[in-house]
Design a protein around this ligand. Structure first.
Ligand code: HEM
Length: 378
C-alpha cells in the first residue's frame, strides 16, 4: 500500500518535472525566436532622436555631479567614471602607409602620417578602488595638433581628436531613458534591482544585467594586454562605424611581463611602469574600425547591441606605439588627472552619433567643468 503510494507520488513528481522542463524549453525557444526576429536588419543609417532627451540629459547631469561628490572622501574631485588612472602616456599613432582609399577619412586621410598622442589608461569605477576588483578598464586617446574645425564651437583652440573606449564591446543600457533610470537607481545604492525598476515584467532588463556583469571583468595582467571598444557608433566620413584598439605584440619587440603582485592596490600601474619605465620596452596596438552595414542588425540608437564581426569585420586603419618612457611622476600624474577626454573633442568626420553619445556631449563637459572648478577652489 505504502509502496504504491510512493510510486504514484514519484510518477507524479516525474511528470511535473518533465512538464516544467518542456515549458521551460518552449519559453526559451519562443524568447530566442522573438529576439532573433526583433533583432534583425535592416536598420536606419541615420540618428533618430526621441522626444524628451534634452530634459533627461539635464537630470543625468545632476546625478553625475552627485556621484562625483559622493566619491570624494577628502581627496580631489575626481571623474564621475574612470576616476582612477593607471597613467597617462605619450604615444604615436601611425595611419597605415597602404591604407585602402575608402578608409582614408578624417584623421586617417593621409596614409603613413604619424600623430603624436596622449593616452589615459583607467579603471571604470567612480571610486579609485583596488585594481583586483572586477571592473571595466578604459583607454582614452587624444591625437594632438589636429588641424580643422572642431565639433564643439567653444573648443576651437583644442586641435584634438579623442577616442574614448572601454574593455567591453557593448553597454549595459540601450538609450538615454534607460540610462537615466538605471544610474539614478545605482546612485541610490541599488545594484541588481536597478535592472528591475518595477513589477511590470516589460520593464525588466535581464539581458542588460548580464552585460553589466560581463563588463565588470577581472583585471588583465597589464593595461597593455586587453582590447578596448568604442561601444557607441561614430561617423567615419560619410559611413557609420564603431572602433576598437587591440594589442599588437607582433609590431613590438618580444616582451614577457614579470608576474605582478595582484594584491597590491595599483598593480596595473606597476605593470605599465615595469614595461615602459623599468624594462624600457614599448607597447603596440592596432586601431581598427567596423563599418555599419544597415542591411544587418547594426543599430545606431541601441548601445546594448554588439555589432557582430560576422556582419562587418574590423579593419585596421592605424598602429599605435607607446614608446618606453617615465610617466609615473607626481607632476605628470597631476597633469593626467587634469586632462579632459571627451568623444566630442574632434572633427566632423568622426562625429559621435546615437543617443548615448548625444548624452555624453553634455555630461562629460559638465562633469569636467565641475571637477576642474572645485579643484581650483582648494
Ligand atoms: C559608450 C559608452 C562609454 C564609454 C566607452 C565610456 C568610456 C569612458 C572613459 C574611458 C572615460 C575616461 C576618460 C578619461 O580617461 O579621462 C570616461 C569618462 C567619463 N564618462 Fe564615459 N563612457 C561611456 C558612456 C558614458 C555615459 C553614458 C556617461 C554619462 C552620461 C559617461 C560619463 C562619463 C563621465 C562624466 C566621465 C568623466 C569626464 C571627465 O570628468 O573628464 N560615460 N568614459
Amino acid at each position: 500500500m505504502l509502496i504504491t503510494l510512493w510510486l504514484r507520488i514519484g510518477a507524479l513528481l516525474g511528470k511535473t518535472l518533465l512538464l516544467l522542463l518542456g515549458l521551460g524549453l518552449l519559453i526559451w525557444a519562443l524568447a530566442t525566436a522573438w529576439f532573433a526576429w526583433h533583432h534583425s536588419g535592416p536598420v536606419s543609417a541615420e540618428e533618430q532622436i526621441p522626444p524628451g532627451e534634452a530634459a533627461m540629459t539635464q537630470d543625468i547631469i545632476q546625478t553625475a555631479v552627485r556621484i562625483v561628490d559622493q566619491h570624494r572622501e577628502g581627496t580631489r574631485y575626481l571623474r564621475d567614471a574612470h576616476a582612477k588612472a593607471h597613467g597617462c602616456v605619450k604615444a604615436e599613432v601611425q595611419v597605415l602607409p597602404d591604407l585602402a582609399l575608402p578608409l582614408r577619412q578624417g584623421v586617417f586621410a593621409e596614409a603613413g602620417k604619424t600623430w603624436q598622442a596622449t593616452l589615459r589608461l583607467s579603471n571604470g569605477n567612480a571610486y579609485p578602488q583596488f585594481d583586483s576588483i572586477r571592473d571595466a578598464r578604459g583607454m582614452a586617446i587624444k591625437l594632438l595638433d589636429v588641424p580643422g574645425t572642431q565639433l564643439l564651437k567653444e573648443q576651437q583652440s583644442r586641435g584634438e581628436q579623442d577616442f574614448v573606449m572601454f574593455s567591453h564591446p557593448n553597454f549595459f543600457v540601450s538609450d538615454v531613458a534607460e540610462y537615466r533610470q538605471n544610474v539614478a537607481a545605482q546612485a541610490n545604492g541599488k545594484k541588481v534591482m536597478a535592472f528591475f525598476p518595477s513589477w511590470d515584467p516589460r520593464s525588466w532588463q535581464a539581458r542588460h544585467l548580464f552585460i553589466a556583469l560581463a563588463t565588470l571583468a577581472p583585471a588583465p595582467a597589464s593595461p597593455t594586454q586587453t582590447t578596448y571598444f568604442s561601444v557607441s557608433p561614430y561617423k567615419f566620413g560619410t559611413a557609420n562605424a564603431k572602433f576598437r584598439v587591440a594589442p599588437d605584440p607582433e609590431s613590438c619587440p618580444i616582451y614577457n611581463l614579470s608576474t605582478q603582485n595582484q594584491a597590491l592596490p595599483n598593480f596595473l600601474r606597476s605593470a605599465l611602469n615595469q614595461q615602459l619605465s623599468s624594462d624600457r620596452v614599448p607597447a603596440c596596438f592596432v586601431l581598427q574600425i567596423q563599418r555599419q552595414d544597415p542591411a544587418k542588425y547594426m543599430p545606431i540608437e541601441d548601445t546594448s547591441i554588439e555589432w557582430r564581426e560576422s556582419d562587418a569585420p574590423f579593419e585596421t586603419v592605424a598602429r599605435i606605439k607607446i614608446p618606453a618612457q617615465d610617466f609615473d611622476t607626481p607632476a605628470l600624474n597631476l597633469q593626467c588627472d587634469n586632462q579632459s577626454f571627451n568623444p566630442w573633442f574632434g572633427l566632423e568626420a568622426h562625429r559621435p552619433i546615437g543617443g548615448i553619445n548625444r548624452l555624453r556631449k553634455a555630461v562629460y563637459e559638465a562633469v569636467s567643468d565641475y571637477r576642474h572648478a572645485r579643484n581650483a577652489e582648494q
